[in-house]
Design a protein around this ligand. Structure first.
Ligand code: URA
Length: 237
């Protein structure tokens, strides 16, 4: 619920001060009744009229970048009662995650109520690059590295990575830290990529999405996207 004058101003009809004047001077109706009280609150289901014309209220768009922790599900609700990414963000707006990270994957996820942008970002033709850091069980050998760089068949379709780099090898623990950039949105794609060559992914984190990076957001923290960041995401269209 939002104050009537705020909803009128957010719609772009007029400023908040002018909206208040319209209300106190009996120009505004809510659900057919004249209101002159500045304290009244409305929601998306209320019909607002100004001088007999229905106000078009497009809900304000919200854009968040969250550093998703492990054991949180990328969904708006969960029938098993697990924590969702929505539970981590303080808003009354009905936002949803753009795409998914696995329950055990951490890192960068965008949440918004802007369906148009979500569709652009999720459409495969826009080929948005996403960068992951994977800790894998085993030492990634030269042959497998080349195999991945050349293209690797996963579920009957070739995956071409855009970029790959071995960041660290731990011979004692027998693990490798690999950074990989892909522009595909297939589910569990990074885990499947390594599984195809016999490596288990022990940890997985997304550190970049298009031009967005996690910056210094800690696990579970989030921030609003700036106007320029939203514009640049729309630029993928
Ligand atoms: N690839 C995966 O395997 N898991 C994710 O969560 C994201 C990409």
């Amino acid at each position: 619920m939002e104050r009537l004058q705020k909803v009128i101003a957010s719609s772009g009809y007029t400023s908040r001060r002018k909206a208040e004047e319209l209300i106190v001077n009996n120009h505004v109706k809510v659900n057919g009744e004249v209101v002159s009280n500045l304290g009244i609150k409305v929601d998306d289901n209320d019909i607002i009229e100004i001088d007999g014309e229905v106000l078009k209220t497009d809900p304000l768009k919200e854009y968040y970048l969250l550093n998703k922790p492990r054991e949180v599900i990328c969904s708006v609700s969960d029938d098993k009662g697990r924590k969702t990414v929505i539970d981590l963000i303080k808003t009354n707006t009905r936002i949803y995650p753009v795409g998914r990270l696995d329950y055990d994957t951490t890192g960068l996820i965008i949440l918004t109520n802007d369906g148009e942008l979500a569709n652009i970002l999720m459409h495969p033709k826009h080929k948005i690059q996403k960068t992951y850091i994977a800790k894998i069980d085993g030492i990634l050998n030269e042959e497998d590295f080349k195999h991945i760089r050349k293209g690797i068949k996963i579920d009957e379709r070739i995956l071409k990575v855009d970029h790959m780099k071995v960041k660290e090898i731990d011979k004692q623990k027998n693990t490798s830290l690999v950074e990989v950039t892909i522009h595909e949105g297939r589910n569990h794609i990074v885990r499947k990529l390594f599984a195809t060559l016999g490596y288990d992914v022990l940890k997985l984190s997304r550190i970049a999405y298009g031009s967005l990076t996690l910056g210094n957001l800690k696990s579970g923290e989030y921030r609003l996207l700036s106007h320029d960041e939203v514009k640049s995401l729309y630029g993928h269209k």
